[in-house]
Design a protein around this ligand. Sequence first.
Ligand code: DPP
Ligand code: ZN
Length: 879
Amino acid sequence: PKEIFLKNYTKPDYYFETVDLSFSLGEEKTIVSSKIKVSPRVKGSSAALVLDGHDLKLLSVKVEGKLLKEGDYQLDSRHLTLPSLPAEESFVLEIDTEIYPHKNTSLEGLYKSSGNFCTQCEAEGFRKITFYQDRPDIMAKYTCRVEGDKTLYPVLLSNGNLISQGDIEGGRHYALWEDPFKKPCYLFALVAGQLVSRDDTFTTRSGRQVSLKIWTPAEDLPKTAHAMYSLKAAMKWDEDVFGLEYDLDLFNIVAVPDFNMGAMENKSLNIFNSKLVLASPETATDADYAAILGVIGHEYFHNWTGNRVTCRDWFQLSLKEGLTVFRDQEFSSDMGSRTVKRIADVSKLRIYQFPQDAGPMAHPVRPHSYIKMDNFYTVTVYEKGAEVVRMYKTLLGTQGFRKGIDLYFERHDEQAVTCEDFFAAMRDANNADFANFLQWYSQAGTPVVKVVSSYNADARTFSLKFSQEIPPTPGQPTKEPTFIPVVVGLLDSSGKDITLSSVHHDGTVQTISGSSTILRVTKKEEEFVFSDIPERPVPSLFRGFSAPVRVETDLSNDDLFFLLAHDSDEFNRWEAGQVLARKLMLNLVSDFQQNKPLALNPKFVQGLGSVLSDSSLDKEFIAKAITLPGEGEIMDMMAVADPDAVHAVRKFVRKQLASELKEELLKIVENNRSTEAYVFDHSNMARRALKNTALAYLASLEDPAYMELALNEYKMATNLTDQFAALAALSQNPGKTRDDILADFYNKWQDDYLVVNKWFLLQSTSDIPGNVENVKKLLDHPAFDLRNPNKVYSLIGGFCGSPVNFHAKDGSGYKFLGDIVVQLDKLNPQVASRMVSAFSRWKRYDETRQGLAKAQLEMIMSANGLSENVFEIASKSLA
Ligand code: DPP
Ligand code: ZN
């Protein structure tokens, strides 16, 4: 397999101006005809034109209407090369190919899902449709004619506007689509099938009437109301916040059950994994409703950040993804609670991205190289990339950030650009000094920032000394300091923010007014001194998580309890509780490893107890504040990760908290029930979140009274959020109640595949000892199918995400995954590669586990016909 490097980027020798595609869809094969107007970048160029192609049968090639003979071109398994061309001026290239969508289990290119045709081209799937320069800096105007059987495929969709349609002989019909905007081929889409639509309209602020359609099989149509609500909310929000309007008269969304990713932003024809479209109160949880809102927003926002302005090459992926994730985070914040959304996003970063940044697959927000681009649709490019965008906003403020965005579109509309172009727009629109900020794009690894504070009572000054260190990552043994914005406030002894007047730094004095300020930390070591501070303050650092770093401070436990109780920055109240919990759990882990008895610090119980009963707080905030850090987060902080000890400790702390706070928890359950119809809004979701978190705590006590309570909640529930939470609470404890209730739930929902996936997930993530056997049995369950990515993510992904059983010391979890990866790789390399990633941090564990995991990785590497996708992850993990 070949590695591709950013530093080797060169401009294409040929551009494509227009592309006319024609598909004749069939049951055994599909014929794809393309007619491309090609123009040389340099007139008279003698360069060869190299087209990508994969799993295609070439039928014919014509240049300027003249059929080429074998020998006029070269064909190998990945390319079609045309050596000598009439390259003085533009010319017309026509290619016919044959493809086999019904056999395509990789779910990239053109494939069938539940009997319907659909496409997925990003990153490099278009080459599985026809020979093409499959790279994002080739932007062309497309037409697409789709022809198929009228009964089997009554609906024929592609990008842009419908130009004409009609019947043709043999029971077939056609539709001709034209997209007026230039686009890279990764945004091409085609859908054909038996679908019906929910229709609505949106009038843009300049008066354009946009027809909105969400397409699903007929039986799912009632479950599209929330998706339509989300789409209209997103369209309005982008106008209000960024001044960005939709640019065509039609916007289509299609939901398909078999899809590798969450969704795809194809121009005017978004294709979605159905789990991110379909929802009803009975079949989807609050988390599903929120995810749908966020992802519908995300894909819609790509219309500007991604489609109108796209990436020059795939190394720039974060240019569109980091920015669009940032936009969807902001959208969801504005639609719900900003603090709670921030907590959820930061947790996600810590749980998934920090470990990636510390492992063998660590890569910068803009990677330097890849073997398979699909492997770089990562939490680093997406979530850390969004944090990088957020730092611009922190530094520039809302208006300055907006000026930067405006300039970005003014300069680059309909272009394929780079991360520097975005940086330059932000800088130039604001005359800003971004110091060494660009390091965020090129260096991997999570910076570790140490903060030491000191108060001088005589001088009334308070000093903060920062030092930063970015750990080595593969290929990057040493790092340069980067620009870290630190938002700081200082609390006085009553818990109020001190009004800040000035800060000294590097021989200069900056005047401040307000209760919080941004310190620009750009060096390896740096000191900031606040003046006129009347008493020793407690500093609240990195408010709102102002930079994606790990922070180590000299704050005492008393300081942290104080912040938990008083910080005016709600995010940092939560953070203080998490820091305390992490410290306390780490200490308990070491007690556990030394066979010492475990005891929970009563101040911690008190601290959480007072949050729990503080009626001035948002209920979802309370739910988050009483939720302990995950096992992975604790293991991350250990020299050698010990999944058994961490699991035992987390369970112990949960039970102890439940037992000491049970009266309060019970009150919460009782006071937060509702018999009203389901409403998706923040206050109702917050109420349910708090009630269900309390219920899970109570059920962990294994007390028959609380099991009865949970059983009752299960039976009385009027929506899936409450019902599934009660089921999850009950299924913590092995036994007959658990078995019965799981069976009952399956019987109730067996006809709804999305709910059944949740049922798989609940079982696969269980910490019940020896759960691997249960998961193996579920592989043979009639509702399971290895070809469907969602099912794989639920059953196999879920299992690997639950430390005790995946890391079972007998190696049974590793063996299970190794076998599955080899099987899965033959069907769907992208999904197999996601699964094999669970092995990537094997060096974090003890020697026995290391040996067992390594053996599985070696077994995978030796498998016949291994895909480049799995090869890249497995080989880098072993390196
Ligand atoms: N569809 C994926 C996303 O929107 C890749 N573009 O993030
Ligand atoms: Zn995206």
